[in-house]
Design a protein around this ligand. Structure first.
Ligand SMILES: [Zn+2]
Length: 424
């Protein structure tokens, strides 16, 4: 199987022949192609998708159709097959790689097909994969670390795992240099050195590769020297022809990961879409705060501070109101206090202390509602409160514990059920 995507990643349509077909163990149909423009799932990158259109049989030789034969190759109406993935079994120095493509309908071996790539998706992967090589190459040159894990799916961010730890600032410095490589519009080429030539080339590679090694070379002035290149890396995937096509490399986040770091990044169209989305969010937030985008962080901090002060003042007022009600209550009517929503822990405790100051026997304050349950402080000044915790756990599965003076925790029960239980 000739892998056209390796030597020309820009071919979007190609005619070839289905050399074998059948069903996989899981019931899905597959085809094998004589020549292919579809990259299979490999090295952390998703497989290409596209279509196969079955052509009417031609009389000429299959491998080298004449112009007359091609004219006859009209697509059979309605016979368009969706290609959704590719599984590769790596060959070695002797055997070629075997690629089986997953298709949604059975296809007869010997069928002549027109392959069409889902080009926008493929180009997006080319931008992101080439961008990853540049950023990793820059980091490798600066710090000597390697990419030990790479994932390029069609959703979310591209991730690369590095063998060493860098700070966020160091990664952003590398990002700047990587983007300068984009502005320089360097060539990106594939090379196929012999085993002997390979011994003298300093290149990045995650695994030992049997058979012919394919190198992706970024930058450099000549075809024979690699010393002035930005990056040389063994890779099987399609890449863009020049760094300028990547458009932008944007680091999204850096986290510690298995003794090194994981960088999430985006390139090209996907980076622009992400930046646009975040820009829209910031603009919308600024508009709702009636300020400029640049003032948003300080204003949010100011609002958070004000809300927290207001919350405290409100809860102080509520505490005073509840305390007054407890003190003025007749009989046992305020032995159990139920309040809506969330209350600060120190206010809950203060209310509880007011209750134990007034009542003998079990008392409690419950904050929340019947639907979501309650946080509680409960107990008694003349009984061991932990006995109450055991009872609440047994009856309601309540969580919590505490001291002989007071227990606290969370309970899922209605106000009515709790009041009923406390009558016991
Ligand atoms: Zn690669």
């Amino acid at each position: 199987m000739r892998k056209i995507y390796e030597t020309d990643s820009y071919i979007k349509e190609y005619e070839t022949v289905v050399t074998a077909s059948g069903k996989l163990d899981d019931g899905r149909y597959y085809v094998e192609l004589d020549e292919t423009i579809f990259f299979p799932e490999e090295g952390g990158q998703n497989a290409d998708t596209g279509t196969l259109s079955i052509l009417k049989k031609c009389d000429g030789p299959v491998a080298d159709p004449t112009a007359k034969d091609i004219e006859k190759n009209i697509i059979t109406e309605g016979n368009c097959i969706r290609l959704t993935g590719g599984i590769i079994r790596r060959g070695d120095a002797v055997n070629d790689d075997l690629i089986r493509y997953i298709v949604n309908k059975p296809v007869e071996a010997g069928s002549r097909v027109l392959c069409r790539l889902d080009w926008d998706d493929r180009y997006d992967r080319m931008q992101n994969h080439s961008g990853e090589h540049i950023l990793t190459g820059v980091i490798h040159n600066r710090y000597g670390f390697d990419n030990v894990g790479f994932h390029l799916s069609d959703m979310g961010f591209v991730t690369l795992d590095l063998s060493g730890v860098l700070t966020y600032e160091q990664v952003i410095e590398a990002e700047k240099e990587a983007n300068r490589a984009i502005y320089a519009n360097m060539p990106i080429r594939d090379c196929y050195p012999t085993k002997d030539e390979l011994k003298n080339i300093d290149y990045r590679s995650k695994i030992d590769i049997e058979g012919q090694v394919r190198l992706i070379v970024i930058g450099g002035m000549t075809d024979t020297s690699y010393s002035d290149c930005l990056d040389v890396c063994a890779c099987c995937a399609p890449h863009v022809a020049r760094t300028g096509e990547i458009g932008i490399i944007k680091v999204i986040s850096v986290i510690n990961w298995k003794g090194g770091i994981r960088i999430s990044m985006l390139c090209g169209r996907r980076a622009l879409e992400h930046i646009n989305k975040e820009h829209d969010l910031l603009t919308e937030t600024a508009r709702s705060l009636s300020t400029e985008a640049v003032n948003v962080p300080a204003m949010v901090e100011q609002h958070k501070k004000e809300i927290s002060e207001l919350k405290y003042r409100v809860s102080e007022i509520l505490k005073q109101t509840i305390t007054d009600r407890i003190m003025n209550a007749n009989g046992d009517e305020m032995r159990l206090v139920f309040v809506d929503g969330d209350y600060p822990a120190d206010i809950m405790k203060d209310i509880y202390n007011t209750l134990t100051g007034k009542y003998y026997g079990y008392v409690g304050v419950f904050a929340g509602d019947d639907e979501h349950g309650y946080r509680y402080n409960a107990g008694s000044r003349d009984h061991d409160s932990r006995e109450l915790a055991a009872g609440l756990k047994e009856r309601f599965g309540a969580k919590g514990g505490g001291s002989p003076q007071m227990i606290q925790g969370r309970i899922t029960a209605s106000e009515e059920e709790i009041k009923e239980y406390f009558k016991l």
